[in-house]
Design a protein around this ligand. Structure first.
Ligand code: SF4
Length: 123
């Protein structure tokens, strides 16, 4: 028997309401306005992934915390483990956007990178 899931496409502000039908190996998507919605609906029911964002403390910086993100999508089921590892990271200024602050977060093969520059705090 087919399983039907209702999702909201998160790829643009339109937020189309998607109806995804899973029937054996066949996945069909309805309600999408553009092809990105179909791709999102199919991926969400077969291999859901997310970019994870957070902040980590930074020593000697002109701001106290630096925003960070995963360098690529990670499996949705690994978000909690990745967040736990991010919470143990402490950076030191200067930090440049794209600097790797944590390699291979929670064994996902994906690095955690800085999302902005942080200069050294002036004395
Ligand atoms: S299906 Fe297309 S138009 Fe609709 S929310 Fe997704 S990206 Fe936007």
């Amino acid at each position: 028997m087919a399983e039907v899931r209702e999702l909201t496409c998160i790829n643009c502000p339109l937020g189309c309401a998607l109806t995804v039908t899973i029937d054996g190996n066949a996945v069909t998507v309805a309600g999408n306005t553009c092809p990105r919605g179909e791709a999102y609906g199919k991926k969400e029911v077969t291999d859901p992934t997310r970019i994870v964002t957070s902040t980590v403390p930074v020593s000697d910086g002109d701001i106290a915390r630096v925003p960070v993100k995963t360098a690529a999508d990670i499996p949705k089921g690994r978000i909690f483990a990745v967040m736990e590892e991010i919470h143990r990271v402490h950076a030191k200024a200067p930090v440049a956007i794209g600097d790797v602050l944590l390699h291979d977060a929670a064994g996902t093969g994906v690095d955690i990178v800085a999302a902005r520059d942080v200069a050294v705090r002036k004395a």
